[in-house]
Design a protein around this ligand. Structure first.
Ligand code: M6R
Length: 361
């Protein structure tokens, strides 16, 4: 059942080009975005996205997309906070609940809170028969296939894809994207499975780096723009399976506190495709290097040529057009966590104290 892999997690990481391809074929039919008619974003004044853990980080990435591609104001929150803070919700808004299992207690309670208060509640789930899918007005499948590893991997990239497609529809509905712009973004999404295969090919190199990462007490992840929530996801993945303390920060926040942690024992993983924010991230990275932090730069060929000098190591991802790099860079983040955990000898599929689905609050 592990298909020749040692762990479900390894299998599920490796499956991503295939499952993402399936999801792409489902959601993009030539130039048409295959989403329900009712999901009409034209006159919506706000989108609320609620989830827990990795699914929350998918929402956090999607906020950048809905805002930049559709000009749609977004609010995001973790379900355990959202459900108790009595948030006012405009009637003329959609509320989106993202959950792999569709059974997470806090997310389900947040959905129940929103019902009747917003125009539509929408579930983005992997398990179509789940409670969250049944109770929402609309349920959209992420089509990742069964995910067994406690650490969510392929569900994350498929959640991102479903959200990206929704953001494109919102962009079209609201007249924020031209047909040509939307088509170009669809081409970027369609290229992802191929690029993911190239990203997976860095696995052995990552395994070698992981032998050293496994010695660390603390590891920081940095990112800017939509790569910031990906830094948070990279840190979560690493701590849950390797038990190494890890934190993700927005690169620009570094000098507001966390830089005090940096010395030669602290690896800092910088997730930075060569995009319009690259130079700013690099200057934050140089501040880390000046304090002898051990930088691992995850970038593309252009980024490596400009900025890899003086880093401890760098990983080269294929080039991907903005703003969908987080879908691709999720893979090295997952592989870093996986190989570091393997180097430490932890149980990657069943990490201590964790359950696949959190059905009590
Ligand atoms: O089933 P859900 O997507 O609602 O689960 C949410 C979180 O419990 C889940 O993503 C958790 O954070 C994972 N273990 C992360 O790898």
């Amino acid at each position: 059942e592990k298909g020749g892999y040692k762990h479900f997690m390894a299998k599920e990481i490796a499956e991503q080009p295939v499952v993402l391809g399936d999801a792409l074929r489902h959601y993009l039919k030539a130039d048409h975005i295959n989403l329900p008619e009712e999901l009409d974003f034209s006159n919506i004044e706000r989108l609320t996205l609620v989830a827990c853990g990795t699914a929350f980080y998918a929402c956090s990435v999607a906020k950048y997309w809905f805002e930049s591609l559709a000009g749609l104001p977004c609010e995001i929150d973790v379900a355990s906070e959202f459900r108790y803070r009595e948030p006012p919700l405009p009637k003329n808004s959609f509320a989106l609940f993202v959950s792999q299992s569709g059974e997470t207690a806090d997310t389900l309670a947040a959905l129940r809170y929103c019902k009747g208060k917003v125009a539509h509640t929408v579930a983005v789930v992997n398990v179509p028969t789940s409670s969250i899918a049944r109770e929402a007005d609309l349920a959209l499948p992420i089509l990742a296939g069964i995910e067994v590893g406690v650490a969510s991997t392929k569900a994350f990239s498929c959640q991102l894809l479903a959200l990206a497609v929704m953001a494109l529809k919102a962009g079209r509905d609201r007249g924020h994207l031209s047909a040509a712009q939307a088509a170009a973004h669809m081409d970027t999404l369609r290229a992802l499975p191929g690029l993911m295969n190239a990203a997976l090919a860095t696995s052995d190199e990552i395994a070698r780096l992981a032998a050293q990462l496994a010695e660390a007490q603390d590891i920081l992840f940095l990112g800017r723009g939509a790569m910031y929530p990906l830094a948070l996801e990279g840190a979560l993945k690493l701590k849950e399976i390797s038990y190494i303390h890890a934190e993700g920060y927005a690169s620009g926040e570094l000098k507001h506190g966390p830089i005090a942690l940096i010395d030669r024992t602290v690896p800092v993983i910088v997730m930075a495709p060569h995009d319009r924010l690259f130079d700013k991230t690099v200057s934050n990275m140089q501040e880390v290097m000046a304090r002898h932090g051990k930088v691992l730069l995850v970038t593309d060929a252009k980024g490596a040529t400009t900025a890899a000098e003086g880093t401890w190591a760098h990983l080269r991802m294929p080039e991907v057009a903005e703003p969908f790099a987080p879908i691709l860079y999720a893979l090295p983040a997952q592989l870093l966590a996986y190989h570091t955990a393997i180097a430490k000898g932890t149980d990657v599929d069943q990490p201590r104290n964790l359950a696949k689905s959190v059905t009590v609050e």
